[in-house]
Design a protein around this ligand. Structure first.
Ligand code: TRP
Length: 341
């Protein structure tokens, strides 16, 4: 069966962009048709200036929201990255296969490093090596497919390159993964700045709908979305990014087609109103289930414990194989007790 792996970084509250861009497909499609593994990649949250208490809180909340959105531990594996040592074990081996030039070419690194330096901060070494850890996340599980937003495509590409290179040098060890993207609303844009992605890490309010936003907050944010000059509702990403984003969101929430929806509306106001209600309806069941799960923390902890155990069993053999292949001797076993003693 196809193995699918994806990860969510606990660096901000999960957003409608995460949900429509990725999570919904994991729950509706991936967990049913494949052997799916979903990970809160908490180690990745340590690559930039971080608050330990916040990382803990967001890790727990992220895991709870994955379950609330419909991931079923009977169908898939959900766990925290730091609970399974294989990720960091493998990451080091892959650092011995990757080159520093390759790391410095990563678009996200370049962008974040510039931002960090502009703020007068220093850049953590882990920010540079982070794509290698991500490659380890993927390769340890022999994932065939990695469903992520297109901002992560370059990182999955790197994982492919490292897998191929390792296999060529040291013998076949890793499955070469490929990226898969959802059909609609692969990219939900910021409502206040429709040319940039609705990301969770920017954490600046009004343009971002969070999964746990109250209905009235959702309505307010959508009604205040930036639209474009002009009156008519046209689907045109270049000329009308604001309206196009609303059409994409509405289409994703109602299983519609954004271009045909454009023909239905005569005013921005009506489009916003329907979009707001559609988003509220999509979030309602997730929020209800989230409330239930928060009332039962022992259940969530049990899921994560079992998930980590399953994950370890999946990753261990591949990582051990990689250790042997690259030239590391296996640990010496305890001498067997002689039967006479
Ligand atoms: N880098 C991803 C992000 O920022 C998160 C991530 C880490 C991931 N490891 C992964 C995604 C492995 C898919 C597979 O969103």
């Amino acid at each position: 069966m196809t193995r699918v792996f994806s990860g969510v970084k606990p660096t901000g509250h999960l957003t409608l962009g995460n949900y429509l861009g990725a999570m919904r497909r994991w729950t509706e499609v991936d967990q049913h048709r494949s052997d799916a593994v979903f990970c809160i990649v908490d180690l990745h949250a340590l690559t930039v200036d971080h608050d330990p208490a916040r990382v803990r809180r967001l890790s727990r909340q992220g895991a709870t929201l994955l379950l609330a959105s419909g991931l079923d531990p009977e169908l898939c594996t959900v766990f925290l990255q730091s609970h399974v040592d294989e990720h960091t074990r493998l990451s080091y081996l892959l650092e011995c296969v990757a080159t520093d030039g390759e790391m410095r070419r990563m678009i996200q690194y370049k962008e974040k490093a510039v931002r960090e330096r502009e703020r007068g901060g220093s850049v953590r070494l882990s920010l540079l090596t982070y794509p290698v850890l991500m490659a380890a996340d993927i390769l340890a599980y022999g994932a065939d497919e990695v469903p992520v937003g297109d901002d992560q495509a370059q990182h999955v590409e790197l994982a492919r390159d490292l897998a191929v290179r390792f296999n060529q040098r040291y013998g076949h060890t890793f499955v070469v993964p490929k990226v898969t993207s959802p059909r609609v609303a692969a990219r939900v844009m910021n409502l206040q700045d429709p040319t940039s992605k609705m990301g969770k890490s920017d954490d600046s309010g009004p343009g971002i709908v969070y999964l746990l936003d109250e209905p009235d907050v959702v309505r307010k944010k959508v009604m205040r979305a930036v639209t474009d000059s002009g009156q008519d509702v046209v689907y045109d990403r270049e000329q009308r990014p604001g309206v196009t984003n609303l059409l994409d969101v509405l289409a994703a929430c109602t299983d519609g087609n954004p271009e045909s929806l454009a023909g239905v509306y005569r005013s921005y106001g009506a489009l916003k109103k329907d979009t707001a209600e559609a988003v509220v309806e999509v979030l309602r069941p997730v929020q209800e289930r989230h409330r239930e799960l928060c009332a039962d923390p022992a259940y969530v902890e049990g899921v994560l414990r079992d998930g980590a155990e399953k994950a370890r069993a999946m990753a261990r053999p591949t990582v051990d194989t990689a250790y042997r292949a690259i030239g590391l001797l296996p640990p010496v076993p305890e001498p067997a007790l002689s039967p006479g003693r």
